[in-house]
Design a protein around this ligand. Structure first.
Ligand code: GAP
Length: 464
């Protein structure tokens, strides 16, 4: 990668990160104390957008697919869960190497996986020769580093009180497999969907919110007859790709990667990652996994509870296979932001203050946009106009996420709204006083239409 491309990538990333902070999407956790170990807070616009992503995902799973029900399991579970799942023993550990000179730590597998051609060979060579890519110092021997976050329940901090913050939300689903199956009178195949926080003590958190220590997962576990596992794997992979396309991700920015056998997670029989083309390279945003009967059979064996499924009287019970779709709510938000971020040199919207500034437009899908409608009085020093604008705001705010803004020129305000992805701007002007109509401006086309105030709520329902 040449210097210019590197500079362009870091420029684009810097601009997205700066927009996130400046406009209230994402802040560093504990910022006034210098930040805290790759944890982030979602600001007023970030939380709206993340809630939208979660809502769209939840509806996709539980409304638009038959036979999928929801769950919200506790984050804290018995440590026996993590023993049986293999997270404390088998494979939930990264290989860590540390430079003896500059003391930077690396995940060994990441050193070996750097994508860029020139860097790949250098980094691979360095990994082989155990030299540091940062300063060429000698690297320590790799050692296993478990990613589970330990905590204690109760007043005494001894091993008997130790447990772990969940590292993947799906274990709560397996704990409730039988409860849900029986209480909802379900039959295989069926799915359980859950959204919730997960925690990993990542060695090399980086790239803004790409890899965090506290994050949110949206996971769906599809329980099926082992014979049908391959068919459902293909079905769910296709469904998940189509979800991103429908939400505005360009096909050329998504690809799939079948994880080679030797790199599979300890629970997986097969895994295909969905990769998004971030400014810093192709990276995983979602994993589709065939977990076989790993989870149910291990939990059955370790708990003594029979988690087998009886399909037909007189036949043998079997452990259903699990096809899992697992995506980070925060990581997908990051991908949606990167996809939507666009700059127009010189700007599209004229402002009185300046006409030459680069304009930023966040072309988010309307379902994901944090603010759906902005209400803008043309001028702020005309009481009739501002009164009408406030009436419109009151009329709409219970049904749509709205923002009222009267500061600065109208062009400047359009730009401010475009920058945060607001889908529609309503302008209340001098004609509104005469004929009760307002202007509706679309973020993407900048087309404006004149609508009667009495029709605005139904028009917005239709458009949004
Ligand atoms: N239950 C399976 C599972 O957890 P994973 O591939 O380890 O599989 C699934 O994680 C998804 O969770 C990833 O594709 C990513 O979107 C998200 N994710 C995982 N680790 C993350 C982290 N440290 N920060 C943000 N998101 C993460």
């Amino acid at each position: 990668m040449d210097k210019n491309t590197k500079k362009e990538i870091s420029n684009r990333m810097d601009k997205i990160v700066s927009l996130c902070k400046r406009r209230g999407f994402i802040f560093q956790s504990s910022e006034i104390y210098g930040g805290f170990g790759s944890c982030y807070d979602f600001g007023p616009l970030g939380v709206e957008m993340k809630n939208n992503i979660k809502k769209v995902w939840w509806e996709e799973m539980t409304k638009f697919h038959d036979n999928i029900v929801g769950l919200d399991a506790a984050i804290l579970m018995s440590p026996k869960v993590w023993q049986a799942s293999g997270h404390l023993t088998a494979g939930f550990a990264d290989e860590l190497v540390e430079c003896k000179s500059c003391h930077i730590r690396f995940r060994k597998d990441e050193l070996e996986k750097i994508e860029d051609n020139t860097e790949k060979s250098i980094a691979k060579k360095m990994a082989r020769e155990m030299r540091c890519p940062n300063c060429n110092g000698e690297l320590t021997k790799p050692r296993k580093f478990n990613l589970m976050m330990k905590t204690f329940v109760g007043p005494v901090e001894d091993e008997a009180a130790a447990t772990y913050l969940r590292a993947e939300t799906c274990q709560g689903i397996y704990m409730n497999f039988k409860n849900v199956l029986q209480s909802m009178r379900l039959k295989i195949p069926f799915g359980i969907a859950q959204i919730g926080k997960a925690f990993r003590n990542e060695i090399t958190p980086k790239d803004f919110i790409y890899r965090m220590r506290e994050f949110e997962q949206m996971e769906m576990q599809w329980f099926c007859n082992p014979q049908d596992a391959d068919k459902f794997f293909d079905y769910w992979l296709e469904q998940r790709l189509s979800w991103y396309y429908r939400l505005g991700i360009d096909k050329k920015n998504l690809k799939t990667y079948e994880v080679p056998k030797k790199e599979l997670a300890h629970y997986a029989k097969k895994a295909v990652d969905i990769l998004y083309k971030f400014p810093f390279g192709w990276k995983e945003i979602e994993g589709i996994h065939n977990r076989g009967d790993w989870d149910l059979s291990n939990h059955s064996k370790n708990s003594g509870e029979d988690l087998g499924y009886l399909e037909e009287a007189g036949k043998d019970k079997y452990f259903p296979y699990i096809i899992e779709t697992s995506v980070g709510a925060d990581r997908s938000l990051f991908a949606f932001l990167c996809e939507a971020y666009q700059e127009v040199e010189g700007g599209r919207t004229k402002t009185t203050e300046s006409t030459k500034e680069t304009e930023v437009i966040l072309r988010l899908h309307k379902a994901l946009a944090p603010i759906k409608v902005a209400i803008l009085p043309l001028v702020k020093n005309n009481e009739e106009i501002t009164k009408k604008a406030k009436e419109v705001y009151q009329l709409l705010k219970k049904d749509f996420v709205c923002q009222y803004d009267e500061a600065g020129s109208i062009g400047r305000r359009y730009r401010r709204q475009d920058e945060i992805g607001t889908y529609l701007c309503l302008t209340i002007d001098f004609d509104t006083i005469k004929d009760d109509t307002i202007t509706v401006r679309n973020r993407d086309t900048m087309k404006q239409e004149r609508i009667k105030i009495k029709d605005i709520a139904s028009l917005l329902k239709e458009k949004l």
